[in-house]
Structure formats: structure tokens, C-alpha cells
Write a protein that binds this ligand. Structure first.
Ligand SMILES: *Cc1c(COP(=O)(O)O)cnc(C)c1O
Length: 390
């Protein structure tokens, strides 16, 4: 018996090591990884460049403190700013922390504008994390139940529905920001239309609100662009990152520009570990490797191939509702709850996930090859067919 708290419904497997898109469990069985630890292992497992960079950094120093200048943090902030169109970056350790920073910043902005009870518009089916403020912003009653009182200062609207946001704007004078995922991950791989994203941007400009994009899952090249908002050519005031940023080393970031820049000063926010040298080297190496190995284009190409191959494999199957996604963030919606497919896939040596009850979620490493894509679909196909027939 282990003493680990029982907060996860864990699958009956423990891994020993990995290489690329393959993982090996403690009994020596091999698996094809089409989940990357939920969009975390951007470069797959044991990427030689990451191993070398982390080993070298571990030999120099792991941690100093944000009491001092951190050269690796300066370098990483420059690289992220250049690719995101943002001006300032706060480093933390996880997605919920990045979103906490964004929420605090939006409130701080509101107070500066003379709004005493700043309120943020959030979305149905959103997922922003498990800390009290991010849980309150999350649109999942099951996750919130038992943790009331929730943090106030959020109003919820349907996703991808500009009229709903406009309706709130008419009667609520305390709004300071709109917070959304460009592609909802936990909610079931739902995509916001380009029109909607541009409409939100325009409305935020008209109303003096901040546009906050939670890019924790869809950011960092996963969709074939560095950031999800770049597909529709919108530039948010705040974007948050974590999952794929360090390829497995915990690091998060709250990136700000436009009206959100220049607001925080010393004492407004902080983190002991945030942006420590080891984590920054992981993120720097991730960014460099994505570019050196052409992984933006790979995510786009292999993602499209996987969607096409699944469309062919499942053509005519009545249980299939929709195949959607962008790059290597893929959802296959079925007409019934399909959580049991996760265990079936595991038995067959495939790591996948189901979210939003009926949506098979695939988030392979960005290094996924064409052969691995074909293998994934070939091996998933009978599982899905048998499940739908059964
Ligand atoms: C996973 C996730 C989070 C929370 O990240 P943690 O690192 O688990 O705190 C927040 N937002 C989105 C969109 C996510 O997918």
C-alpha cells in the first residue's frame, strides 16, 4: 500500500522509461504514446538535446532565487516575447499558477481603472486549473462541488457565442476581461471560430477589457502555430502557458502585452521556484528544438494526416459524431460515453485519453512521425470499431 493521496483514478500501469514516442512499463511492455502526459512531453521522451541541456545545467546549478537576476529567465522571456507578440513574462510552475497570475492581473487592472469589484467573463466547459480562483473560473460543476465558497468575480457564458458576451456587456459594468481557451482541451477539444475570436478581440478593445487566452494546453506549437490565437490573427492582452513549455520539466508562464503590460511591479506577485534556471533551460531547449527540427510544420502535417486516416478508418460508422482539432490536438467524438476505451487501448499498448465523456483525445509528442501516425490509427481502429459494435 502506498501513502499517496487518492486524488486520481489511476490506470494499472507504471512506466520505467521512454524513448521518442515509445514508453516501457516496469514489466518491460512497450506502449505507443499518443498523449504525451497530456500535452506535456513536447519533444517525446528522453530527447537527446533535452537530456544533454538538463544534465549540463544540473551540473552548473539548479536553483538560485528571484532575489537575483536569472540569465536563463531573461533569455527565455526574449524568445517567448518574440514568438508570442507579448512584452512581459512572469514565470511560475504550472498552468493554474499561470492563470492565477492572469486573474490577479486582470483584477489589478480593474482597480486601476476604478472598478471595485472587477469581474471576468469565463466559458462553459472551460478548464483553468484546480486552485481556488482557477477552479472558480473552470466551467465544470463536478470539479467545483464540495469546495464552495468559490471565488467571486466570474460570470459564465456559452463558448463560441459572441452575442452572449455582448449581452453581459450591456448590463454588467464591472467586467474587466474575457478569459478563454482557443481550443478547449479538458472540455472535449472544442474550437472557437476565427470570427468569434476576432469578435472577442474587437469587443475587448471597445469596452477596455483584457482578452486572456489560456494556452496551457493548445500553446507551444501543438496546433501548428506557436500559439492557438495566431491561427485567427488575434493578439490577446494576456496568454498563459505551462504543459508543453518545458517538455516535462514543470514551468508555467503568464505573458502580457498591450493594456496589460507595465501593471505589476515589485511586490505584486511572486513564486519561489518560478523560472528557475533548470526549468528555463528546459523551455529554452524545447523552443530551439521545435525550430531546429521543424516541429511546427510536423504538428500541422501529422495532425492533418491522423485526422484524415481516422476519417477513412471510421467512414460510415454511425457511432462517429465528429473528428476535430488542429495540429496534434485531436478529438474524436463518439455518440456515447467511451471512457472504457482508455483501458482497452492500454491493454493494446496505446496511451490515449477520453475527455468530455464522449471524446477520444489524442495529444502525441510533436516529434510524432508519419509511421507512428499510421500505426496509431491502424491499432486504434479495431478498438473503436469493436467498442461501437458492442
Ligand atoms: C491543464 C490545464 C490547466 C491547469 O494546468 P496545471 O498545470 O495542471 O495547473 C489550465 N488550463 C488548461 C487549458 C489546461 O489544459
Amino acid at each position: 500500500m502506498s501513502h499517496v493521496m487518492n486524488t486520481y483514478a489511476r490506470l494499472p500501469v507504471a512506466f520505467s522509461h521512454g524513448q521518442g514516442s515509445r514508453m516501457t512499463d516496469v514489466d518491460g511492455r512497450e506502449y505507443l504514446d499518443a498523449l504525451s502526459g497530456i500535452a506535456v512531453n513536447t519533444l517525446g521522451h528522453a530527447h537527446p538535446k533535452l537530456v544533454a541541456a538538463l544534465s549540463a545545467q544540473a551540473g552548473r546549478m539548479l536553483h538560485t532565487s528571484n532575489l537575483y537576476r536569472i540569465r536563463e529567465q531573461d533569455l527565455l522571456s526574449d524568445k517567448l516575447a518574440e514568438r508570442s507578440g507579448m512584452q512581459e513574462i512572469f514565470f511560475c510552475n504550472s498552468g493554474c499558477e499561470a492563470n492565477e497570475a492572469a486573474i490577479k492581473l486582470a483584477r489589478y487592472y480593474g482597480h486601476k481603472e476604478g472598478i471595485e469589484t472587477p469581474t471576468i467573463i469565463v466559458m462553459e466547459k472551460a478548464f483553468h486549473g484546480r486552485t481556488m480562483a482557477t477552479l472558480s473560473a473552470t466551467g465544470n460543476r463536478k470539479a467545483q462541488a464540495g469546495f464552495e465558497p468559490l471565488v467571486s468575480g466570474f460570470v459564465r457564458v456559452p463558448y463560441d457565442d459572441l452575442a452572449a458576451i455582448k449581452a453581459v456587456a450591456e448590463h454588467n459594468k464591472n467586467i474587466v476581461a474575457v478569459m478563454l481557451e482557443i481550443i478547449q482541451g479538458e472540455g472535449g477539444i472544442h474550437l472557437a471560430s476565427a470570427d468569434y475570436q476576432q469578435g472577442v478581440r474587437q469587443l475587448c478593445d471597445e469596452q477596455g477589457w483584457l482578452m486572456i487566452c489560456d494556452e496551457v494546453q493548445c500553446g507551444m506549437a501543438r496546433t501548428g502555430q506557436w500559439f492557438g490565437y495566431q491561427h485567427a490573427g488575434v493578439q490577446p492582452d494576456i496568454a498563459t502557458l505551462a504543459k508543453g513549455l518545458g517538455s516535462g520539466v514543470p514551468i508555467g508562464a503568464c505573458m502580457v502585452g498591450g493594456k496589460a503590460a507595465g501593471l505589476f511591479g515589485p511586490g505584486n506577485h511572486g513564486s519561489t521556484f518560478g523560472g528557475n534556471p533548470l526549468a528555463c533551460v528546459a523551455a529554452l531547449t524545447t523552443i530551439d528544438t521545435i525550430e531546429e527540427e521543424g516541429l511546427l510544420a510536423n504538428a500541422e502535417r501529422i495532425g492533418a494526416l491522423i485526422r484524415q486516416l481516422f476519417a477513412e478508418a471510421l467512414a460510415g460508422d454511425k457511432g462517429l459524431v465528429e473528428i476535430r482539432g488542429r495540429g496534434l490536438m485531436i478529438g474524436i467524438e463518439l455518440d456515447r460515453p467511451c471512457g472504457e476505451l482508455v483501458g482497452k487501448a492500454l491493454e493494446a499498448g496505446l496511451l490515449i485519453n477520453v475527455t468530455g465523456d464522449k471524446v477520444i483525445r489524442l495529444l502525441p509528442p510533436l516529434t510524432f512521425s508519419e509511421n507512428e501516425a499510421r500505426e496509431l490509427v491502424d491499432r486504434m481502429r479495431p478498438l473503436i470499431k469493436n467498442f461501437l459494435a458492442g
